[in-house]
Design a protein around this ligand. Structure first.
Ligand code: SF4
Ligand code: SF4
Length: 224
């Protein structure tokens, strides 16, 4: 390359760099005076002015932090058994109607694989009107915190909640017992009715019916 060609190449590079710098400064200046056009999100800050975190446009199938609606949870432990990393744990007691009453339910998201196997295992009977099971993966992706113990889902039933659940269990047990008793009595009454009908049918069959001829016509013995 000749000296003249080298000089021309250098000038060309300087020109390109200047154009790039001016373009960059124009973009920066535009966003400086129009903050609502900001497209870069600083981690841990709001995406746009006035828009809170966790409300980004996330696909519905996104596997984020787990959540359990404990009011619908039947405490079957299927989720804990399905979890490959044992990050789900719970404690419970058995109520008067033999259903389980939840004391606490924990999901340690620090060892969660976000595989969703626990939500698959959760039974269909826990579904709400929208067809959502009690254990779901939310679209919450950012749960950074200074304390490890705060990461994950943690439910601990207070005394008030336990009392209400025990009372509901006792009522269900009473209703079940009353329904069972009523069904047994109804069955007994039906059996007694059937026996009475059978007896009356048998009585009707043993009585010989009288014919018209046997009442008026004299016998051959009487005529001779
Ligand atoms: S998503 Fe997977 S790893 Fe996480 S709690 Fe559920 S089963 Fe366990
Ligand atoms: S599988 Fe569902 S219903 Fe069963 S204990 Fe887990 S969250 Fe509760």
């Amino acid at each position: 390359m000749t000296v003249a060609a080298e000089f021309a190449h250098t000038v060309r590079e300087i020109y390109d760099d200047l154009v790039t710098a001016v373009k960059g400064m124009m973009v920066t200046t535009r966003y400086l005076f129009h903050p609502n056009e900001i497209v870069t999100v600083q981690y841990g800050r709001k995406q746009y002015p006035g828009e809170p975190r966790h409300e980004l446009d996330i696909p519905p199938t996104y596997r984020g932090e787990l959540f359990n609606d404990v009011e619908r949870c039947v405490v079957c432990e299927l989720c804990a058994k399905a979890c490959p990393t044992q990050c789900i744990s719970m404690e419970f007691e058995t109520g008067a109607d033999k259903t389980r009453i939840l004391h606490n339910f924990h999901i340690d998201m620090t060892i969660c694989l976000f595989c969703g196997l626990c939500t698959e295992a959760c039974p269909d009977k826990t579904k709400n009107e929208e067809g959502e099971k009690c254990l779901v993966m939310t679209n919450r992706y950012d749960f950074s915190t200074a304390r490890k113990s705060e990461i994950g889902f943690h439910f601990v039933a207070g005394e008030k909640k336990l009392k209400a659940w025990r009372e509901a269990s006792r009522k269900r047990a009473e209703e079940k017992a009353a329904a069972k008793k009523a069904a047994a009595e109804a069955k007994k009454a039906a059996a007694a009715r059937a026996a009475a009908e059978k007896k009356s049918d048998a009585g009707a069959k043993t009585t010989k019916p009288m014919t018209k001829g046997s009442e008026s016509a004299p016998s051959k013995e009487g005529l001779s």
